[in-house]
Design a protein. Structure first.
Length: 220
């Protein structure tokens, strides 16, 4: 009787842990809130079109593969621990997927510090936008071609001259930097931003403003 009861308890424990084990990898056929959250990220970054329906089909697999190729990951079309970390999500096996606040590279760390120093009072979208400006400069022939080169370019950012670039970023800044690195650009390609209430720089006001997010105007 005791042996049978012990076997039953082990079976129950295995069943209880099964959803978590299955949630460790998302692939074609997977369904649920974890899939929905991953799809929302892929849509946001331009890898996937349509709506996040929580069903991991061929379109989602192809979008994941494209994300993996761009980020130097094995392009198997499945979301395992490495891909989830690169996306900035944590597979929970439950009702939600929480954004990760883990630093994944030196560039990510530096960009997070810039976001925290320049935009910690802004909305999350505004923080991503500030990070995106840095990356747009990296891609532009008019600026240095590295994140550190852009950030430390003489006179580019006041947080460098006043030392606040060295402050420890919070989780929001870390996530915002990662979202920008993964392709989200709320500015639509802007190379400059400024707070009109906080600057008397006449030159920056000559730039063409494309969008306003929070307290910052983003310009080209």
């Amino acid at each position: 009787m005791k042996a049978r009861r012990g076997a039953a308890l082990l079976a129950a424990l295995a069943l209880a842990l099964l959803p978590v084990a299955l949630a460790a990898v998302l692939e074609v056929g997977s369904r649920g809130d974890d899939v929905t959250a991953v799809q929302k990220k892929l849509i946001q970054w331009g890898y996937l079109k349509g709506t996040a329906d929580g069903r991991y089909g061929e379109n989602t697999r192809a979008a994941v593969s494209a994300f993996q190729r761009k980020n130097g990951l094995a392009a198997d079309g499945r979301v395992g621990p490495a891909t989830a970390k690169a996306m900035g999500v944590t597979l929970t096996g439950g009702s939600s997927v929480a954004a990760s606040a883990a630093i994944i590279s030196a560039d990510h760390r530096l960009l997070s510090r810039l976001v925290y120093a320049e935009a910690r009072g802004e909305t999350y979208k505004g923080q991503v936008a500030v990070a995106a400006v840095v990356l747009n400069r990296v891609a532009s022939a008019s600026f240095p071609n590295t994140i550190s080169g852009v950030i430390f370019q003489s006179g580019a950012f006041s947080c460098v001259s006043n030392g606040s670039i060295n402050n420890t970023p919070d989780s929001s800044a870390i996530r915002a930097a990662l979202d920008a690195l993964n392709g989200w650009d709320p500015t639509g390609g802007c190379l400059y931003y400024y707070n009109p209430k906080g600057t008397d720089d006449a030159w920056i006001r000559t730039r063409t403003v494309k969008t306003v997010i929070g307290n910052h105007q983003f310009a080209v």
